[in-house]
Ligand binder design. Structure first.
Ligand code: PLP
Length: 425
């Protein structure tokens, strides 16, 4: 394993190996990938994407798994998940267009949004997608736009143990409606002639454990029983959203997503039975747990500054390709992809190349003595990275490739300066 611990390698995709000094992904060396596609480069492992999709599907037999496209909206990855029998959840006309380009149609698509515009509702209606109602007046708007099938998103006042920016099921959340308003929305939707399939909850992302999810499911069953009593309506579907966490560093804990998914199904079966209701079909919308660990970002090392306070190792990307350290205080780790056989004996900070002191990709990581020209690999960067990328400092967004069996396929071209200038008037 050279200088890279087994524990660190666990954060990488299934096909990652250390061969001598080099990290390989999908049978290709980091050097080969960087030479062909440039850096920064987000490398997705096909084997890992398919394995994660299969294990989640197997965990919800009789249910439905829709990929939360916001985690990485990419046509090739969406196609791959469609081949694996997944549906898709989209939250904008852009994501809907990506889903359609990947071949998703009609009820394979779930449309979200706390403020869906007229275009999104009209496209969802024309597509025959399932729309998750999320505002008091949205039933009328959806019906007028030709939407037929809906879920109603309810917030049940459960505080998930995650960063506050990605917590969504608490009282006062901008997502969903509290129980009384959600019940009125169901009533309104039924009056509009909509097929109200069921209920939706999503309490947050990167959930550290199952407790909040379990509590949500119990409250959901009790809310459903209230709906039966007051409206004579019973949900056929319980969409429990996404949220399963992944490990971004070796200190982070994340239970296995498939185990959690199976637990959610079991908890729902018990909770609905105890509430005297038929077991609803369980839908899940995982994003991060499907693509996060599958993606590794390769950066080229540039300036190395040894200061009395710390050693800075600057790379050719940063907050423009991965804003999660700034947004969520996300802690990443890295390995040298070109000196993997050397001992990781020097503690350094990985600086991004942007004009912000806060553009620090990793505050503290042990690496073999870094040199200009080395390649660094940052694991667990497949979710909410490229999807949230920006052009800050006029930087072009990176390319992405899909690797497997010794071959790489470009799935997102690197943006060019000409692309940026095209938007200028
Ligand atoms: C409604 C909904 N579903 C699914 C997801 C995907 O969540 P995750 O990537 O944490 O699995 C999100 C993300 O925030 C969401 O808001």
């Amino acid at each position: 394993m050279g200088g890279v611990d087994h524990d660190v390698l666990d954060l990488f995709p299934d096909s990652a190996r250390i061969k001598g000094a080099t990290l390989t992904l999908g049978g290709l060396t980091a050097d080969e990938l960087a030479a062909e596609f440039g850096t920064p480069l987000v490398v997705y492992c096909e084997e890992t994407l398919r394995a994660r999709a299969r294990s989640l599907r197997a965990a919800v037999t009789g249910g439905h798994v829709a990929f939360g496209a916001k985690a990485f909206s990419n046509v090739a990855v969406l196609k791959l998940f469609r081949e694996e029998g997944l549906g898709v959840d989209v939250a904008s006309t852009g994501e809907l267009a990506f889903a359609r380009a990947a071949g998703f149609r009609g009820d394979e698509i779930i449309v979200h949004g706390n403020n869906k515009d007229a275009a999104l509702l009209a496209e969802a209606g024309a597509e025959g997608a399932t729309v998750v109602l999320d505002a008091p007046d949205e039933a009328e708007l959806a019906a007028a736009a030709g939407v037929k099938r809906v879920l109603v998103r309810v917030t049940l006042g459960v505080d998930a143990d995650t960063h506050e920016a990605i917590r969504t099921g608490h009282h006062g959340s901008k997502f969903g409606l509290p129980v009384t308003q959600a019940r009125s929305l169901i009533e309104g939707a039924l009056e509009c002639g909509l097929d109200v399939l069921g209920l939706h909850v999503h309490i947050g992302s990167q959930l550290a454990d199952f407790d909040a999810q379990a509590e949500t499911i119990v409250r959901l069953a009790s809310f459903a029983a209230g709906c039966r009593d007051s409206l004579g309506w019973v949900p056929k579907v319980a969409d429990l959203g996404g949220g399963f966490g992944i490990r971004h560093n070796t200190d982070e804990h994340a239970p296995d997503a498939a185990t959690l998914a199976a637990g959610a199904v079991e908890t729902a079966q018990t909770a609905f039975r105890e509430a005297g209701l038929p077991t609803p079909e369980i839908w899940l919308e995982p994003g991060r747990s499907l693509v996060g660990t599958a993606g590794v970002t390769l950066y080229r090392v540039g300036a190395v500054k040894r200061l009395p306070e710390r050693t800075w190792v600057a790379v050719d990307g940063g907050m423009s390709d991965n804003p999660r350290p700034q947004l969520y205080e996300a802690v990443y780790t890295a390995v040298s992809a070109t000196r993997a056989d050397e001992r990781a004996g020097e503690h350094v900070s990985i600086a991004g190349m942007h004009c912000e002191s806060g553009d620090v990709l990793i505050d503290d990581v042990a690496l073999p003595t870094p040199h200009r020209g080395d390649l660094l690999a940052v694991p667990a960067t497949g979710a909410y990275t490229l999807a949230m990328a920006s052009n800050y400092n006029g930087v072009t967004r990176p390319a992405a490739v899909l690797v497997g069996d010794g071959a790489a396929r470009l799935i997102r071209t690197r943006e060019t300066i000409a692309d940026l200038l095209r938007a200028e008037v």
